[in-house]
Every structure is written in C-alpha cells, then in structure tokens.
Write a protein that binds this ligand. Structure first.
Ligand code: GRG
Length: 297
C-alpha cells in the first residue's frame, strides 16, 4: 500500500465504520438482526468503495464532512448486503467470506436474507436523512438505486447466474461485470463528482477512470481465485472453476488475463491524468494511490 493511501485508509475507515454502526444502532431493530448485520460489516472488508468515494471528494480539495461519510457508509452497507446474498445457497453457496464463516452459516438462511435486506434498506434510509441540498440528495439516491438495482448490480448478478455452465463472449463478460461489480465502483466516483458539483468534462474523465478501475478490480478478483493466497483473500481459491464460471482467466487464459489487467490499469491512469490536467494537479493523488494498491496481486 502506498504510504499516503494507507494513511488515508487508516484515518478514514474508523469514521466510515462509526457512521454505519451508530446509524444502525440508533434506528432501533431486533437485537438478533442487528447482530447479523454487524457480523458481516465487522468481518474485515477493505472498504474499497467508500474510500474510493472519499478519495474522489478529496481530489477536488474538499474537506471531508459528515455527509461524505454518510454516502461512504451507505455504499459499504449495500456492498455488504450484496456479499451476504451472493454467499447464500441459492447463489454461490459459499461457506467462507472475508476469512470467516458466511452470514447464513452463523445465523441461518432466513436471518442472513433479512440482514441483507435490512442493510440495503437502511443504506437508503441513511442517505435520505443527509443534511444537504435536497436536489443533490435526491440525485445521489437516484444514482445509487440505478447502480445497485435491477439496471445495475442486480442485473449483473442475474446475467452471471443465467450464464453459468454456458460459454459467453468476452464482450458479454465485460457487460455483465460492468453491472455486477462495476456499477457500484463507478457510483463511488460519480457520487464524488456530483457532491462536488463538477462539470461534464471532469465527469467524463473520472468516469472513464472508474470504468477501467472497475474492470481491473474484477480481473484481479478472477486472477486471485486462481493464483491468490487463501490466507490473504479469506476464501478458498478455485471456486470459479468449480462453479464453471465465466471469468477473465477462463476466457483469456492466465497470461491473457494478466495482460488485460495491466491494460485496464494503464487506461485508468491515462483518464486520471486528463482529469488532473483540468485541475492543474501536478502531485500524485489518492486516486492514483488506489490504482497502485490495486496493482499489487
Ligand atoms: C446478490 C444482488 C446481489 C449481488 C451480488 C457484487 C456481487 C453481486 C457479488 C460479489 C461476487 C464477487 C465475489 C464479485 C467479485 C468482485 C467483488 C465484488 C469482490 C468483493 O469485493 P471486495 O474485494 O470485498 O471489495 P471486501 O471483502 O474487501 O469488502
């Protein structure tokens, strides 16, 4: 991890976490449900999406405030819900996530489904309470619904499930991942652009950065499933092959996937350089730090 990004993560993860835990504690719910929600939130995720959002806000030299942490918290809550549901027997049927037994292994299927439902719902509840201009708030909520809903992450998950046991093209694989994994990653950057009231050209370059970052993120996940260290990634490797999944490695081979990964990291770098030019930023930014961090396999 680059020192600056590491410091940024160390400083901000506790604030993101506090925002999530306090909001959930205060909004009063069944103790068992809260325990199950917190179990997955506390299981040690990297907080990649919320940090990406906060890094985008910082790119525009804005001081991080309560509202920013609320968007960041909502993003992580939605991400965590998606992982709980993804691990269910009806989906990937995984026993381990983030190095710990999956939510349904500890709390049973019914509570796991409900804790995912509650994290999703409470994420929007949290965003609806944000004290910012109502137009910006509505736009942030609209974009999050679009990214996580039936046009975005859920659509990608459906394509993934329906495509199991079938060979699909690289183009369809990318389309599926741009929704399943990419949409929330792109939201993290777009929300930063929206909350900082940035204009068209800036949005264009940063969204291109986010798009390539999202693809590289997914390729890395596919690579780690083949060459990763189980103790580091917190789950068994080889699951994609066992499920007969379409992945960058199954379609391009190991070397091909490594090349595609390097290529998308480079494209992300180029788009970021254009965005920096617009703001006349000369020094490295946290958005580069995130890319550097991603490059470590
Ligand atoms: C169930 C609606 C629904 C959607 C699930 C994103 C997703 C859709 C499922 C996750 C499946 C998966 C493992 C995708 C690969 C990329 C990915 C999202 C990895 C996990 O994200 P990280 O690495 O995880 O940010 P941590 O644990 O660090 O939060």
């Amino acid at each position: 991890m680059t020192k600056t990004y590491q410091e940024f993560a160390e400083k901000n993860i506790p604030v993101i976490d506090r925002t999530m835990y306090q909001f959930l504690e205060e909004s009063g719910k069944s103790e068992r449900l809260l325990e199950a929600m917190n179990y997955s939130l506390e299981a040690g995720g990297k907080r990649f999406r919320p940090l990406l959002f906060l890094a985008t806000v910082s790119f525009f030299s804005q001081t991080l405030e309560k509202t920013h942490y609320e968007v960041a918290a909502a993003l992580e809550m939605i991400h965590t819900y998606s992982l709980i549901h993804d691990d269910l027997p009806a989906m990937d049927d995984d026993d381990l996530r983030r190095g710990k037994p999956t939510n349904h292994k500890v709390y049973g299927e019914a509570i796991a489904i409900l804790s995912g439902d509650a994290l999703l719902t409470e994420a929007f509840h949290l965003m609806a309470t944000m004290k910012i201009d109502s137009g910006v708030r509505t736009e942030l909520i609209r974009l999050l619904a679009k990214a996580s809903g039936s046009e975005g992450m859920i659509a990608g998950q459906v394509d993934d499930i329906l495509g199991e046991n079938e060979r699909i093209s690289l183009k369809d694989l990318q389309k599926m991942h741009s929704k399943k994994t990419g949409a929330l990653i792109q939201y993290a950057v777009e929300a930063g652009v929206v909350i900082c009231s940035q204009q068209f050209e800036m949005k264009k370059w940063l969204l291109e950065y986010a798009q390539n970052l999202g693809i590289a993120f997914q390729i890395k996940d596919d690579l780690l499933d083949v060459i990763g260290d189980e103790s580091k990634i917190g789950k068994k490797i080889g699951a994609d092959e066992a499920h007969n999944k379409n992945t960058y490695v199954s379609l391009l081979g190991l070397e091909g996937a490594k090349n595609a990964f390097a290529n998308h990291c480079e494209l992300a770098e180029e788009s970021l350089a254009k965005a920096k030019e617009l703001l006349e930023i000369k020094e490295p930014t946290l958005l580069e730090g995130i890319l550097e961090e991603l490059k470590v396999i």
